[in-house]
Design a protein. Sequence first.
Length: 307
Amino acid sequence: MDLSIIIPAFNEHESLPELLESISGSVNPLNLAYEIIVIDDGSTDTTLEVLRALKQKYPRLKVLSFRKNYGKSPALSEGFKIAQGKRVITMDADLQDDPAEIPNLLAKLEEGFDMVSGWKKNRHDPLSKVIPSRIFNFVVAKLSGIPIHDFNCGLKAYRREVVKSIQVYGELHRFIPMLVRWQGFRVGEIPVLHHRRRYGITKFGVARFFNGFFDLLTVLFLTRFKSTPLHIFGFLGLISFFIGLGVELYLTWHWFAGYGIGQRPLFFLGILLIIVGVQFIGFGLLAEMISASLAENVNYSIKEKIE
Ligand code: UDP
Ligand code: MG
C-alpha cells in the first residue's frame, strides 16, 4: 500500500460525497495503491449511512465508526493505527482542505521531510477565528522553535514511521508538528489552498482557545520535561527559595540594627517564597520518582538498525 488518506468526520454527511469524488480525481492519476479511511466520530446525522452507500462506489474506502463522539485527536489516532500506507495524508472532511494539494504534499515529503504540514496562507474563515489562530501559531512557533506558520492545518502528509510513533490523544491534534519534531523527525511546510466551509458548521466553539492554552502547557511539559521534571520544578523552586532567603537575610540585618521587622509585608513575602521554593523542589523530586518508575516503558525514536 503506497498511501493512506485519513479523514475524521463528525456530522459531515453533506460534504463526504463531493470529498471522495474530488480525492479520486486528484489521486487516481498518480497510479498509487491507496486507501481512504474515514473515521466517523460518533456522528448523529446520516454520515454513517452516506459512508455505507459510498463504499459501493469506492471500494478503496474503509470506515471506522465510533459509537460516540470522542474528538478529532482520537479519530486521527485510530486512523493512524490502522493505516497501511507507506505515506499517510490527513485531511478534514468539510471540503475546506483541497485534495488537489495531495501531490504537492507528497512531492515535498520526497525532498527528505518526514512530515509536511499545510499552511492555510490564504484562509477563508471568520476573523474571530483567524486572529486568535495567528497569535496561537506565533506563540507556538516561538516556544517550540519550529519555524512553521500553521500548526493546526487539517491537511498534512507523513511518512508511515511518523504516524506509528506519535501519540495524539485529548485535543493534541493542534500540536502534531511539535510531537513529531520532538521524536527527531524533520518537519516541513507548504502553502495550501483553503476554502470556506460550505456545509454544516464548525465543530469547535470558543472553548478551543482556553483548551488550546492548557494543551500548550501540556505539550511543552511532555516534550521537554517529561523525563526530567526536576529540571523545571527544581529551577523554579531554587529561584523562589533564594529570593526568599535574600529577603529574610536583608530583614535579619535590619533586625540586628534595631528595627522591628515582624509587621513588614516583605517579611511574609520572604517566608512565602522560601516555602514555595522548597515545595517545588520536593514536587520535582516526586515527579522524578514517577518518571523513573515509568522509564522502562519509554520508547526511544530509532531511525535505523544495522545488524
Ligand atoms: N471533527 C471530528 N470530531 C470532532 C470535531 C471535529 O472528527 O469532535 C472533524 C470534523 O468533522 C472536520 C475536522 O475534524 O472534518 C475539522 O473540524 P472543523 O472543520 O469543525 O474545524 P475548523 O475548520 O472549524 O477548525
Ligand atoms: Mg473546517
